[in-house]
Design a protein around this ligand. Structure first.
Ligand SMILES: C[S@@+](CC[C@H](N)C(=O)[O-])C[C@H]1O[C@@H](n2cnc3c(N)ncnc32)[C@H](O)[C@@H]1O
Length: 305
């Protein structure tokens, strides 16, 4: 079977979840099944549920993982909606490999790449709002807000005004070419940040991550969460939330001494620094160069004292 997507940090993922014995592993972004396959092979008493917004990816994974029979199940939808509906008492591991898969990124009809002949960027092709809607119909002020908040783009005003003056756009290529003609960037394609911003807005990516992290707080003792992010906005969110979960003392910062008992940590951070791909992996799979994996292990739930 030819594999359309190479999973990043696959060995590191099986190591991170190494303490799992039996129970349910939730792959929130099963994509083309690479991480789930590694987990199912490495842990014979683990069952897996794979979630993905992308119907094509789910269909591929069903076929790829059929040898595991009823150890694996699939749900199409967003993890922000699906994960809260799952019973938490059996879950021992949760993985989210955020971002887009290779077929999404490279598919000419998906609109994620600078050369794409579509202007779409929906991970779920049935979702209501596409990049075309945002680029052609949002006001200049709304575009600026998206470019600043989700792209941290320094020239947000200039780019938003350029877009407003040159609409309508039919393809991602037209948009990328316009930005490239007018904005100078040395290290990255000049449209990188606004493409990231539009993609995040189309797929509500930060909101999805927030919903997942909120819900993960209900996981049982011993459960492990691993999140791979590909840009600093997501990585920052994960890092801050893990720090919050690991905080022993919840006294106000102005308190002179600890009065809370100092035993409020929900668990411990498994990755002091994010795990990144080694040189060999980056060479074999350049997409892995921006991946950052962080892990957390729960010692107790939010409601236990
Ligand atoms: C980087 S790929 C995952 C690849 C996968 N780990 C593998 O081994 O093939 C990311 C996948 O997550 C999915 N995705 C991203 N955000 C999602 C969300 N909020 N809910 C469900 N799926 C999501 C995308 O559709 C995509 O298929």
């Amino acid at each position: 079977m030819s594999l359309p997507h190479i999973p990043v940090l696959s060995r590191e993922i099986t190591e991170l979840f190494g303490a799992m014995k039996e129970g349910l592993f939730v792959d929130c972004t099963i994509g083309y099944g690479g991480h789930s396959e590694a987990i199912l092979r490495s842990f014979s008493a683990i069952r897996c549920i794979g979630i993905d917004r992308d119907k094509t990816a789910i269909e591929f994974s069903k076929n790829r993982l059929k040898e595991f029979g009823d150890r694996v199940g699939f749900i199409q939808g967003s993890f922000g909606t699906i994960f809260p509906t799952l019973k938490k008492d059996d879950i021992v591991g949760v993985l989210a490999d955020l971002g887009v898969s290779s077929p999404q990124l490279c598919g000419d009809d998906r609109g994620f790449s600078f050369s794409s002949s579509a202007l779409d960027m929906r991970m779920d092709t049935n979702a209501e709002i596409s990049a075309e809607e945002i680029v052609n119909n949002y006001s200049t002020e709304e575009l600026v807000k998206i470019f600043v908040e989700y792209g941290e783009e320094r020239e947000a005003h200039k780019i938003a005004s350029l877009i407003a003056a040159n609409r309508p756009f039919k393809t991602a290529k037209e948009l990328a070419d316009l930005v490239a003609k007018n904005i100078m960037r040395r290290k990255i394609h000049p449209a990188t940040k606004i493409f990231q911003a539009i993609r995040i807005a189309v797929n509500h990516e930060l909101e999805e991550l927030r919903l997942l992290l909120d819900e993960a707080e209900k996981l049982q003792k011993g459960a492990i969460v691993g999140i791979i992010s590909f840009h600093s906005l997501e990585d920052r969110m994960v890092k801050e939330r893990f720090k919050e979960w690991a905080r022993e003392c919840v006294c106000p910062t102005e308190a002179i001494r600890c009065l809370c008992g100092g035993n409020h940590a929900l668990g411990r951070i498994l990755t002091k620094k994010p795990i990144v791909a080694g040189r060999d992996e980056v060479k074999a799979n350049p997409k892995s160069r921006s991946a950052k994996l962080r892990g957390f292990s729960f010692l107790r739930g939010l409601n236990e004292t």
